[in-house]
Design a protein around this ligand. Sequence first.
Ligand code: DLL
Length: 433
Amino acid sequence: MKDLTPEKSTLDPIEIASRDEIEALQLERMQRSVSSAYNNVAHYKKAFDDKGVHPEDLKALSDLSSFPFTVKQDLRDNYPFGMFAVPKEQVNRIHASSGTTGQPTVIGYTANDLQVWSEVMRRSLRAAGMRRGDVLHNAYGYGLFTGGLGVHGGAEQMGLTVVPVSGGMTQRQVRLIEDFGAKGISVTPSYALSILDEYREQGFDPKASPLEVGIFGAEPWTNAMREEIEAAFDMHAIDIYGLSEVIGPGVSMECVESKDGLHIWEDHFYPEVINPETGEILADGELGELVFTSLTKEAFPIVRYRTRDLTRLLPGTARSMRRMEKITGRSDDMIILRGVNVFPTQIEEQLMSVEQLAPHFQIELSKKDRMDAMLVKVEAVPGLDSSDARRAAAQSLAEKIKSSIGVTAEVIAGDTGSVPRSQGKAVRVVDNR
Ligand code: DLL
């Protein structure tokens, strides 16, 4: 793998500023943003008044802890534009969540918000090792989903040659990467695996591809998966995080030179980690639910938004800004199986350690004799055709799951293609209980 470390002189000064400087900027911006939420969004006015807090109480960053949380339901209750803090004529773009589980949540951006978004995405792409003039194959979905257009804006600001391919038509993805000489690919890690399969299907050697770096996010993935993808393509695999409610992709990003968790662009997004049960703030280093307050967004300021994502805050390394550890999972995705908590990432980690199995998986939950049962559907690697060998590989994964996580799972190793493929975010759990 090539060394893609960016020159220090090319970083934005704030990325390597002192903590004091960062915190002073955060406080000033937080005061302005929280005031705007209070003065322009009826929901925030009521929520602050009900809790007896006022933006003027924000004298230090730690004072934020007395302000109320915002949850997804608040956004749904204010569908479609009730959370906007500017008149609709100033809203330049709208994105929305898919809304498969209820009312979609709608996010608005002013021209300035789009500028800020491109700026944090540009920073993120640079952290991944991209440079002006490089070709970026952007396979995140374009549309209401923030992935495609969010990455696109930063890529254009940086001066990359963007290929706005979006998800789908996997055969063509391979062809375009090869023909256009993409140095970077931005895509969900699960769809990257489908592209990898397609490389082999078409008889191309993925190691010989022009790709040098993958910018992977929008779903949880493990360091074990990183190793698998890095080895298969001989490229760096870097984690990017974000969520629509906070801006989209580019809230935090791993640096190619350290790959040790994601630096949060703290001059725009203020992080806290809380105990999800009690709401109490946890010290840096402790595992809990990530909460964000936007510091510069105009159309859709957000105060203490509960992401449901589980991680911990860590001190800066390659940048002064604090890092978040790779996300363990969403509290919504946690499976409680006969009293044991299981995250799909834990299954992924074990799967990656069984050589005879391909990296695709889906978990099916059902009731058997009134007891919860977990079936893990996986695939044998191409060429492993004997049913005995497949059974042994499946058994080996079941044993690893039992010994490392403590739950009994049935594992079935099927043919290539038997596990449904994603073109965006993978569906890891199908709950038939
Ligand atoms: O997924 C934004 C995005 C697009 C991020 C492209 C990165 C790349 P939403 O659709 O609103 O936005 O989903 C946000 O996805 O709360 C996490 O649960 C999950 N997620 C996003 N990035 C990561 C990541 C986009 N790197 C939700 N690791 C978030 C783990 C992630 N989970």
